[in-house]
Design a protein. Structure first.
Length: 496
């Protein structure tokens, strides 16, 4: 039998950062956990489980960290054998574990839950699953109520599978982006619910406008609003009050008889029968909505509101997790003052690019840029003025570079710009524009103008004299040329 020290050693390295799990669990609708099982199966526990188990099941997460029996004791007797077998199957095959079972709540009632997790074998032979489980009681109640109708039951089962598949797509997107997954959701949901058009809109922070971010249309169905078009929520518009009501009440909005008034002037929407809009919330705030349009009167289901609420819950949870991930990325990989990438992000990217340059001759150029006489600004106007100048300087770099370029704060008043797939001549032209933009930048602080110039040193990865695969050589060459630019009087750049 594995000792307590062995258990700790086996799971310590695999346990994700507790702060990450706490934030993720707080922002999601499910219960996140890690489940550890000894090699011989005689011991099991939950090294991490969301705090929700305390209110839902009356369990102490700290106790589950040492022994998992308390949670397993809540499984309905009729479901216990199947659940146990599913864990054994996952342990033997190392395939993802997925199971549905009833759990006894703190109130004494049972509710259906679905769990999904992925196992990893540890060095001592034990197993650690990472996953989540969430309440599917609503689905089960719906199943039981509609079991009399075989077609209806088939629909609900298919819808649950659709939701589960879409949920897995968001959890394990592979090469897909978040936008790809949302587009797939609109397509699959629209087809399954026999809608004619599906879309997502995002509100601005003040609810003064909304922008269409994603769109799906059935074949032959036009888009009534151009992609990425921003619509201002003018009180004179006929549907303004419905949007306001949806935001305030966080509920589905149905538009029937006056649906033709939702379209743009001059467009024929006489055949459009209904519009369903369901709000999307992130951390309790409505940030947008998902809509479905139907062209055939009565072609939608009576419980469409409920189905849309389920989909809204899925999308809202995804958006919350995505927001959390973005915040974590920004905190770890971006400079908190300027919002540019930091060295922690820059150096691994440069290493990847230098390796590709060495292997595939994919050349790139980089520039080290330094603000001239920056110390004088701090000494004469104070560090707040210096910070303001750094932020304004960063905005110029972002504005004057391409979307594919990498702009990073290298340290202090030094910045690095990486120009992928760009030769020395084009980089020199780009650097000339940047330095001119700095000279024309109109820097100021508290009403006081601050004349500013910058100097830069440029280098190319495949430049003659640079050792193959040596990032330090490229950075060193750019740094040397920066020094030469300063020695020559500043307000200029030096390249090859």
């Amino acid at each position: 039998m594995a000792s307590w020290k062995d258990q700790q050693a086996a799971s310590a390295d695999a346990a994700p950062p507790p702060d990450f799990f706490r934030k993720l669990a707080d922002s999601g609708s499910g219960i996140f956990y890690t489940y550890w099982r000894s090699r011989d199966g005689t011991a099991h526990r939950f090294p991490y489980v969301s705090e929700q188990v305390r209110d839902l099941f009356g369990l102490d997460p700290a106790e589950l960290q040492t022994d998992g029996n308390a949670l397993f004791a809540l499984i309905h007797p009729e479901d216990a054998q199947d659940l146990g077998q599913s864990i054994l199957d996952s342990a033997q095959s190392l395939n993802p574990w997925q199971c549905r079972a009833r759990l006894r709540l703190a109130s004494g009632e049972y509710a259906w839950y679905e769990g999904f997790s992925r196992p990893e074998r540890q060095s001592d032979g034990s197993l650690l699953w990472y996953g989540q489980f969430h309440d599917i009681q609503h689905y089960k109640e719906l199943e039981q109520e509609l079991r009399a109708s075989e077609a209806e039951y088939s629909f609900q089962a298919g819808f649950q599978n659709l939701v589960a598949r879409l949920s897995r797509n968001f959890i394990q997107p592979g090469p897909k982006t978040m936008d790809d997954c949302i587009d797939e959701l609109l397509n699959d949901v629209g087809e399954y619910l026999r809608a004619d058009r599906g879309y997502l809109y995002a509100f601005d922070d003040d609810y003064e406008s909304m922008t269409k971010t994603h769109l799906w249309c059935r074949g032959g169905i036009p888009s009534l609003v151009d992609p990425d078009q921003t619509i201002y929520l003018d009180e004179g518009l006929p549907w303004h009050q419905k949007i306001v009501w949806m935001i305030r009440n966080n509920q589905v909005v149905f538009t029937g008889s006056e649906v033709e008034r939702l379209t743009r002037e001059g467009e024929d929407a006489s055949t459009l029968a209904s519009v369903f809009n369901v709000p999307l919330s992130v951390q309790g705030r409505v940030v947008g909505f998902m809509g479905l349009d139907f062209y055939v009167d009565g072609s939608w289901r009576e419980d469409l509101d409920d189905l849309l609420i389920i989909l809204s819950g899925l999308l809202s949870g995804v958006l919350e997790r995505h927001l959390l991930e973005e915040r974590l990325v920004n905190q770890s990989l971006k400079d908190p003052l300027t919002g540019l990438y930091n060295r922690r992000y820059l150096m691994p990217r440069l290493n990847e690019m230098i390796q590709r340059a060495d292997r595939y001759q994919e050349d790139f150029c980089l520039a080290i840029i330094d603000i001239d006489h920056f110390k004088r600004i701090n000494d004469t106007l104070g560090h707040m003025a210096g910070d303001a100048v750094l932020c304004q300087f960063a905005e110029i770099l972002k504005r004057e570079t391409r979307g594919a370029d990498i702009v990073a704060r290298y340290g202090g008043e030094e910045f690095v710009v990486v120009f992928p797939d760009q030769g020395s001549r084009e980089t020199a032209l780009a650097m000339g524009r940047i330095l001119q933009a700095v000279r024309d930048g109109g820097f100021s602080f508290q009403g006081k103008d601050i004349p500013l110039t910058a100097s830069a040193g440029l280098a190319a990865a495949c430049e003659k004299g640079v050792c193959e695969g040596a990032l330090d050589e490229v950075l060193g060459l750019a740094d040397t040329r920066l020094y030469q630019a300063k020695q020559a009087g500043r307000n200029q750049f030096v390249d090859s």
